[in-house]
Write a protein that binds this ligand. Structure first.
Ligand code: PLP
Length: 683
C-alpha cells in the first residue's frame, strides 16, 4: 500500500513536467559506465522510451571512447592522445566507425526495439555535418567539429515517435568522415534542436563540493558561477568538458542542462520529472539562483536562521489570490502572507505606486517632511478616529510605540498594563511581554514588567484588575493567533468605560484585522467604541513592510521630539503603498465585495459545519475565519497545500482563513471545494 502511494505521488509530481516537456527535445549524452554495463544501458534506454511514449523528443548522443580503445588494442594499434583528444588516422577512424555505429548504435537500436519502441541511428542519413577541427592549430587527423545538424531529419523521426541515436561522427561536404568529441557533439545538437534540456549521464552523483563526499552534491549551479567552481577545483578532471559543454549549450539557448549519475535506476526520469532532482542542474545566469527549490533550500540550510517552520516550496510570484512556486505550481491562497497581501498579491495599484515612487525617492530621513507620510497619516485619520500617526515597519514595532506612548502619556508614573490571555502582539520584548501566551515568552524571562493578562471577554476579571495605576488596556478586537476569538460587544464597551473611569488608554491592536477583513475598514468599527490608540501593519502596506501607531491627538502630543523613532518608518515607498491600498479599496469597492463574498463564505462554512462532524465550531467575522476542529488541523493544512490551497492552522486545531478582501466568489468556492473534499475524506 505504502509503495503504491509512493508511486502515485511520484506520478502526480511528474505530470506537470511531462505536460510542459511534451513535444520538446531532450538530448541525453552518455558513454563510459553506462555503455559498458548492460544493466545500466537498459535502464537508461527504458527511461528514454518512456519519454518518447509520453510525447517528448529524446535524442541520444552516445560516446564509446573506451570501447574504441579496446578495439584498437585488439587490432594491435596503440591509441595516441593529444591534450585528451584521440589522434585519429584512417585506421583509427575505421575502427571508431565500426565500434560507434556498427556496435554501439546498433545495440541501442535493438534494445529499444525490445522495449517495443523505435530508435534509429541517424549518422548514415547524414544528420551531422562536420568540418576538420584544429585545436590551437594542432592536427589531430580525422577529428572534426559539428558544423551543422539536419534538424528536419530529427523532426521527422521525432514526429513518428522514433528516438534518434547519434554516434559522435560527422561528414564534411566531400563525404569525409570525422570523429567528434561526444560532449561537444551533444551540446551542438541540443543547441540546434533548441532542446529543452541537455543531460549528461556520468558515473558520479553530479558535481560534488567535496569529491570524496557523496552527500556534498551541488544541486544547482548558475552559469556565471561555473568559472568560480572550476578555479576553486570543485569542478575538475573529466567533469570540466561536461560543464563546458553544458555552459555552451545554455549560452546557445538550451533551457537547462543536467549532470546525473547514469548508474542510478531511473536517474534520468527522476532528475527531469521531479522538483528535487538527484543530480546537478546548470541553469542560465539570468535565472535567479534561488529560482529552483533545491538551490534555495540549500541556501537556507547554509545561511538562513531556522526560526520558522517552513514549507518546502519556494514562492516566486503572486497575483491576486494566487501564488506560484519555483516549479510553477500555482496555489490559491486563502491566507495570503499572514494577511499581508490583504488586497491580493502584487495589486496593480500598489505596484504602479511603488514603481513611480521608486524613481523619485525611496527613503529620506524623518528629520525632513515627507509628502507620502503626511498623506497616509491623513487617510488613516479620516478613516479612523482623527488623531496623529507614528510610522514604523511592523506590527510589533507599532505595538512598541503604542506601549511607550501610553507610558509617556502618564508621565511614566503608571506601571501596570492589562492585556488578554491568548493574545498575540508581536515578538519584540515589549510586544512579546504584552502577548498573553506563555509559550511565546519561554526563554526570554525576565520580560518587560507591568503586564497582567486577563481572560478574553471575561468582564469580571477585567473589572477586578482595573485601577488608577493602569496605563492601558490593550487587545485585538478579534484575536488572530489566539484562534479567531471575537471580543463581545459589551466587553469592548466595558473596556472603554473602565478606561474612561480610570484614565487608562484603550489600545486596539489591528495589525491582523485592519483594512477591511472584518467587514469594516478597522475591526473596532464593528463596536460602539472608539479607542485611544490603534496599531496597524500587515495589509496596510499591500505587501510592503509598514507599521503605524495612530493615537488621539492629545495623547499623541506626549511623543515629543527625541522620545521615539524609526529610521525607516514612514519612508515614501511604504507610504505610497499604503496610500495605494486605501485607493484600491475605495475605487474597486472592496468593502462591498467583503459583504458579498463574506456572506457566501459563511453560508458555505455553515453548510460544511452541518455536514462534517470534524468541525466543532466556526468563529470570526466576514473574511476572518476560524474553523475549530475536533482534532489537530496541521494534517489538513498539509493536504490542502498538496492540492494547491494555502490555509493556516492556529492553536493546534483552528483552521484559519484570511482571504484577500478582493477575492471572487469563484476563487473562494474553488478553495472551499478543496477544503470540504479533504474534510469529507476525514470524516
Ligand atoms: N499584532 C497582531 C494582532 C498580529 O497578528 C501580529 C502578527 O501576526 C503582530 C502584532 C506582529 O506583527 P509583526 O509580525 O509585523 O511584527
Amino acid at each position: 500500500m505504502q509503495e503504491a502511494i509512493f508511486k502515485s505521488s511520484v506520478l502526480v509530481e511528474a505530470l506537470p513536467y511531462m505536460q510542459r516537456f511534451k513535444g520538446k527535445y531532450i538530448v541525453v549524452k552518455f558513454g563510459g559506465s553506462v555503455l559498458t554495463q548492460e544493466y545500466h544501458l537498459r535502464n537508461v534506454l527504458q527511461d528514454l522510451v518512456f519519454m518518447a511514449q509520453a510525447g517528448m523528443r529524446p535524442v541520444l548522443v552516445h560516446g564509446g571512447g573506451p570501447l574504441i580503445t579496446q578495439a584498437m588494442k585488439k587490432c594491435g594499434k596503440e591509441p595516441v592522445f593529444l591534450n585528451g583528444q584521440r589522434i585519429t588516422d584512417e585506421e583509427t577512424l575505421e575502427i571508431a566507425k565500426d565500434v560507434l555505429i556498427g556496435d554501439v548504435a546498433a545495440r541501442i537500436v535493438s534494445i529499444v526495439a525490445g522495449f517495443g519502441a523505435k530508435a534509429e541511428s541517424v549518422n548514415a542519413a547524414g544528420a551531422i555535418s562536420a568540418k576538420k577541427y584544429l585545436p590551437n592549430g594542432d592536427d589531430l587527423g580525422f577529428v572534426g567539429q559539428v558544423s551543422s545538424v539536419d534538424v528536419g531529419l530529427f523532426d521527422r523521426l521525432a514526429e513518428e515517435g522514433i528516438i534518434s541515436i547519434v554516434s559522435p561522427l560527422g561528414l564534411d561536404e566531400s563525404g569525409q568522415l570525422y570523429n567528434i568529441n561526444g560532449d561537444v557533439a551533444a551540446w551542438k545538437i541540443a543547441a540546434e534542436l533548441k532542446a529543452e534540456k541537455l543531460v549528461f549521464l556520468s558515473n558520479t552523483r553530479g558535481i560534488l563540493r567535496n569529491i570524496d563526499d557523496d552527500q556534498s552534491l551541488i544541486s544547482t549551479i548558475r552559469q556565471d558561477r561555473i568559472e568560480q567552481y572550476v578555479e576553486s577545483g570543485v569542478i575538475s578532471g573529466g567533469m570540466i568538458p561536461k560543464i563546458e559543454a553544458a555552459n555552451s549549450a545554455l549560452t546557445h539557448g538550451v533551457h537547462k542542462t543536467h549532470i546525473v549519475d547514469g548508474r542510478l535506476r531511473h536517474a534520468l526520469l527522476v532528475e527531469i520529472f521531479s522538483k528535487e532532482g538527484i543530480g546537478t542542474q546548470i541553469i542560465p545566469s539570468d535565472e535567479p539562483e534561488g529560482a529552483t527549490t533545491t538551490a534555495t533550500r540549500e541556501l537556507y540550510d547554509q545561511y538562513v536562521i531556522g526560526n520558522y517552520t517552513r514549507q518546502p516550496m519556494v514562492i516566486v510570484r503572486g497575483k491576486g489570490s494566487r501564488v506560484w512556486d519555483a516549479d510553477n505550481k500555482g496555489y490559491l491562497d486563502l491566507f495570503p502572507g499572514w494577511a499581508v497581501s490583504g488586497i491580493g498579491y502584487c495589486h496593480d495599484k500598489v505596484v504602479a505606486a511603488l514603481k513611480s515612487q521608486s524613481e523619485k525617492l525611496l527613503h529620506a530621513s524623518n528629520n525632513f517632511h515627507l509628502q507620502a507620510q503626511g498623506e497616509l497619516a491623513r487617510l488613516i485619520a479620516e478613516h479612523a478616529f482623527g488623531g496623529k500617526s507614528f510610522f514604523c515597519n511592523s506590527g510589533a514595532e507599532a505595538n512598541e510605540a503604542a506601549l511607550k506612548l501610553a507610558r509617556l502619556f502618564h508621565g511614566g508614573k503608571r506601571k501596570r498594563i492589562i492585556t488578554t490571555k491568548n493574545s498575540f502582539h508581536g515578538r519584540t520584548f515589549g510586544s512579546v511581554s504584552a502577548t498573553g501566551q506563555p509559550d511565546y515568552q519561554k526563554g526570554f524571562q525576565p520580560i518587560v514588567p507591568g503586564f497582567e493578562y486577563v481572560a478574553f471577554n471575561d468582564k469580571a476579571a477585567l473589572e477586578a484588575a482595573m485601577a488608577d495605576d493602569v496605563y492601558a488596556v490593550m487587545l485585538e478586537p478579534i484575536q488572530g493567533e489566539g484562534g479567531i476569538n471575537m471580543a463581545d460587544d459589551d466587553y469592548m464597551c466595558l473596556i472603554r468605560s473602565l478606561c474612561d473611569k480610570h484614565g487608562s488608554l484603550m489600545i486596539v491592536d489591528e495589525v491582523q484585522t485592519c483594512m477591511g477583513r472584518s467587514g469594516k475598514l478597522f475591526a473596532y468599527q464593528n463596536y460602539d467604541v472608539v479607542p485611544d490608540i490603534m496599531t496597524l501593519a500587515k495589509s496596510l502596506g499591500g505587501g510592503v513592510a509598514i507599521g503605524v501607531m495612530t493615537a488621539r491627538a492629545d495623547i499623541a502630543a506626549a511623543m515629543g521630539p527625541g522620545t521615539h523613532g524609526s529610521t525607516f518608518g514612514g519612508n515614501p515607498l511604504a507610504c505610497r503603498a499604503g496610500i495605494a491600498v486605501f485607493d484600491a479599496i475605495r475605487e474597486e469597492k472592496m468593502m462591498d465585495n467583503v459583504e458579498v463574498v463574506g456572506a457566501y463564505l459563511w453560508q458555505r462554512l455553515n453548510e460544511m459545519k452541518n455536514k462534517f462532524p470534524i468541525i466543532k465550531g466556526l468563529r470570526g467575522r466576514a473574511l476572518m475565519v476560524g474553523i475549530e476542529l475536533n482534532k489537530p488541523g496541521q494534517d489538513i493544512v498539509a493536504t490542502c497545500l498538496a492540492r494547491g490551497l494555502i490555509i493556516n492552522c492556529t492553536q493546534g486545531s483552528v483552521l484559519r482563513l484570511l482571504p484577500a478582501i478582493n477575492i471572487s466568489v469563484e476563487e473562494l468556492e474553488e478553495g472551499l471545494t478543496i477544503l470540504s473534499g479533504i474534510l469529507e475524506e476525514d470524516v
